[in-house]
Design a protein. Sequence first.
Length: 131
Amino acid sequence: MIPAGGSILNAPVEEQQQPSLTWKLDLENKRITQMIDGLEAVKQAVFVILETERFQYLIYSFDFGSELQGLIGKSPLFVQSEIRRLIKEALLQDDRISDVQNITFQTQGDSMLVEFTVVSVFGNFTMTKEV
């Protein structure tokens, strides 16, 4: 029997911000420790996103991870032009991150150090990544 009336169909839908509560990764001691939330959780998410190669692990959706491994061995000018797009594309998949700004490069031999500012709903912070 189908219920009469359209009260369920016309009910307003409220979107709620989910907590960013997650387990803290202690990389020095190779342990998972306490729970973290807010800005610390976003910092850890940025680290994990940039360290995870996109499309390589079935446990993650195709929206998760970065494609920075494809830049290895390419010319520094090509890497500089692509890395901006790849970092923004990877990080903006997280709804807690609204922008990636102030991307700067330092080339040292065969590696490049990229520094950037992440703008999140919990505040801004600076990260570095070696490519």
